[in-house]
Design a protein around this ligand. Structure first.
Ligand SMILES: C[S@@+](CC[C@H](N)C(=O)[O-])C[C@H]1O[C@@H](n2cnc3c(N)ncnc32)[C@H](O)[C@@H]1O
Length: 226
């Protein structure tokens, strides 16, 4: 247990130095990320998630995680996202991943999360970064997103129930053919015939290695695969 504690500490420290080196030269991102770190000391995203999950009577209020930014960089390169993309960050939490995608990939980003505290925090993050365009946050259920807007989707939803993932895939089938969805730990092909997983690669999270799947929305008639 103690060894695990020190391994995690070392991991977060290494990650923070990488963030400092690679991303803090960008003043707008640096300002917002330092504010984000300071807020985390007072009220961590884990605590925010736990409060909300307990309020909703969820059976496991402890399962929460964030994508390390160096891992997000690997994922964005793997997906081939660029400034011409419109990316939906499904379950954006504090908005840090959305902010990174806006600052370093240059895509338009919409973050959505059903936890109102996260959305308040994410909007504040965008204000501190002084980003007025191309980065918006919405409070709501992922199932209610306007998927037709996106050319790319990031889904780190390892705690979502299987039934919910099936519904989400059905909803995402509204997207234009060719839209890419990067999903963590499972491919969409396992849940829906309207997506094809064209590649995967191993990525690192604080809890260990897993696979990121690159899924493409297929060009099928609307009622195909029902
Ligand atoms: C594993 S965290 C990922 C956070 C962030 N995307 C990242 O990669 O760092 C999952 C997020 O999904 C949100 N979430 C879970 N179920 C949701 C739903 N049905 N609709 C919208 N957001 C949801 C949670 O509040 C949480 O912030």
């Amino acid at each position: 247990m103690i060894a695990l504690y020190f391994r995690l500490r070392a991991y977060f420290l290494r990650e923070y130095f990488a963030v400092l080196n690679r991303y803090y030269p960008n003043a707008s991102f640096r300002r917002a990320d330092l504010w984000h770190l300071f807020r985390n000391l007072c009220d961590s995203p884990y605590a925010i998630h736990k409060r909300y999950a307990q309020c909703r009577g969820e059976s496991d209020p402890y399962t929460f995680g964030e994508t390390p930014l160096t891992t997000l960089e690997t994922i964005a390169a793997f997906a081939g996202w660029n400034a011409s993309d419109s990316i939906l960050d499904l379950g954006c939490a504090t908005g840090r991943t959305s902010l990174w995608l806006r600052c370093f990939i240059g895509s338009c980003v919409r973050g959505i999360d059903n936890n109102p505290e996260f959305i308040r925090r994410a909007n504040h993050l965008a204000r501190i970064a002084e980003i007025q365009e191309g980065l918006t946050f919405e409070e709501g259920d992922m199932l209610d997103c306007d998927f037709s807007w996106a050319s790319g989707v990031y889904l780190y939803g390892t705690a979502l129930e299987e039934r919910y993932i099936v519904d989400l895939c059905d909803k995402m089938a509204e997207m234009r053919a060719g839209t890419s969805v990067v999903s963590i730990s499972y491919s969409l092909e396992e849940y829906c015939t309207k997506f094809k997983c064209v590649k995967k690669r191993s990525v690192r999270f604080p809890w260990g290695e897993t696979d990121a799947y690159f899924n493409i929305k297929l060009d099928l008639p609307p009622d195909a695969g029902k």
